[in-house]
Design a binder for this molecule. Structure first.
Ligand code: SF4
Ligand code: SF4
Length: 396
């Protein structure tokens, strides 16, 4: 029976985080159940972009530090590793800035962990895959004895939320990510690919940072840091994600990744077999959590050929938000150009310009923009559809 631990934690101050992470891991069996003496353990935070911790775009370094400390206590070596967001080059020379800006350099120093600078990747076949049959994965992750996943609770403009299961998308190198967005345009298909990752790498433990999460227009800088006040832990990412949904008042099957897990028989809506330990869902419930306004709907599996030929064009042009770069904020840095899977963005006279005919509404550009310069705008029909609840509510 998968256990999901919830431990209240008011802030990142003092020894709050070390205490809460230790207690959460104890509640699901203790670190020695997941880590053996002498092992090399990848500790995988969410390092979407080189952003300071107070923006809540990345896992807080104190949570990563606490997890690395537990790994060390168990006699193993912790290696902090992630690949940044879509379109970011997965190169050794980029890692230093990422680690420095997100506080990982200091977290590694304090906890005795090492930072991964190995940018090699490996092609893996995925015979049991439903969404994909091959995946390019960071080689150090495969070379390690195990992975501990350390996600952040955040909204996501395409996948609704980025929790434990979605966080493992980060083990694919940054430049491989847009290709999956281009091929898997339907949220359900993309969710299938996220589950396929678990057929290659299944972390032994997940510890989620929800002390300050993110709601609104996440997962990048446009999102709003949201005080939530807890840490979660589980050996099962699906169970953890389902409990996290209930905490923010979202029916779990509405999350594409949980709907996909349900189709595979990995999880059921009743949450049979999931045991919540520590605090209850009600004790930490967040009543005013806002999803991204761009969340793609309707949910559920639509026959792909109908989606591609009929529903997708309708949704793209009339119902889904259109990404629009803002001249007053855009610095013409080109990050969105590299992230776009459809080559739809050009820099013209100091401004990112999107060719709307090419845009598939994946929102990678919005996710990676370091200036929060890309607005998501609806047509009047899109606004009406949202008001009527057809596209899913933005507020729960
Ligand atoms: S929209 Fe954002 S990511 Fe794109 S060029 Fe402008 S500042 Fe850079
Ligand atoms: S311009 Fe469109 S296709 Fe390109 S990254 Fe942005 S949302 Fe995706």
């Amino acid at each position: 029976m998968p256990k999901v631990a919830i431990v209240p934690c008011e802030s990142y101050e003092g020894d709050n985080i070390e205490r809460a992470v230790t207690e959460a891991v104890e509640l699901v069996g203790g670190v020695r159940q997941f880590v053996a003496d002498g092992e090399r353990i990848i500790v995988k935070p969410n390092l979407l972009s080189p952003t300071a911790p107070d923006h809540a775009v990345t896992t807080h370094p104190l949570v990563v530090e606490a997890v690395c400390g537990l790994v060390r206590e168990a006699g193993a070596q912790a290696i902090i590793a992630d690949s940044p967001g879509a379109g970011s080059p997965h190169r050794e020379d980029r890692f230093s800035r990422l680690y420095e800006a997100t506080g990982m350099t200091a977290a590694a120093e304090r906890s005795g962990a090492t930072l991964n600078f190995d940018a090699s990747v490996t092609q893996m076949s995925c015979p049991e895959g439903v969404g994909v049959k091959r995946l390019e994965v960071m080689k150090p992750v495969l070379d390690a004895d195990a992975v501990i996943n350390v996600p952040k609770l955040k909204t996501h403009s395409f996948m609704m939320l980025t929790l434990a299961t979605k966080n493992m998308f980060g083990i694919l190198p940054g430049l491989a990510k847009p290709g999956h967005h281009a091929k898997l345009r339907l949220a359900d298909r993309f969710a299938d690919m996220l589950l396929d990752i678990q057929t290659i790498v299944r972390p032994r433990l997940h510890v989620m940072d929800a002390v300050v999460g993110m709601d609104g227009e996440g997962p990048g800088r446009a999102g709003r840091p949201k005080k939530m006040g807890f840490i979660m832990a589980s050996a099962d990412s699906i169970a953890l994600d389902a409990v996290a949904c209930r905490i923010i008042g979202l029916e779990p099957p509405r999350l594409p990744v949980l709907a996909a897990a349900q189709r595979r028989g990995w999880w059921n809506e009743a949450g049979d077999g999931v045991q919540v330990v520590g605090a209850s869902i009600e004790e930490v419930a967040v009543s005013d959590f806002r999803l991204s306004s761009a969340v793609v709907g309707p949910g559920g599996l639509v026959a792909e050929k109908w989606y591609e030929h009929l529903l997708f064009p309708l949704m793209r042009d009339h119902l889904n938000a259109r990404p629009v770069p803002q001249r007053r904020l855009c610095t013409a840095c080109g990050t969105c150009v590299k992230a776009c899977p459809e080559d739809a963005i050009r820099i013209v006279e100091g401004l990112a310009v999107i060719d709307d005919a090419k845009c598939i509404r994946c929102y990678c550009c919005h996710e990676v923009c370091p200036e929060a310069a890309i607005d998501l705008r609806f047509t009047w029909l899109g606004r009406l559809a949202r008001r009527r609840g057809f596209m899913g509510q933005a507020r729960y």
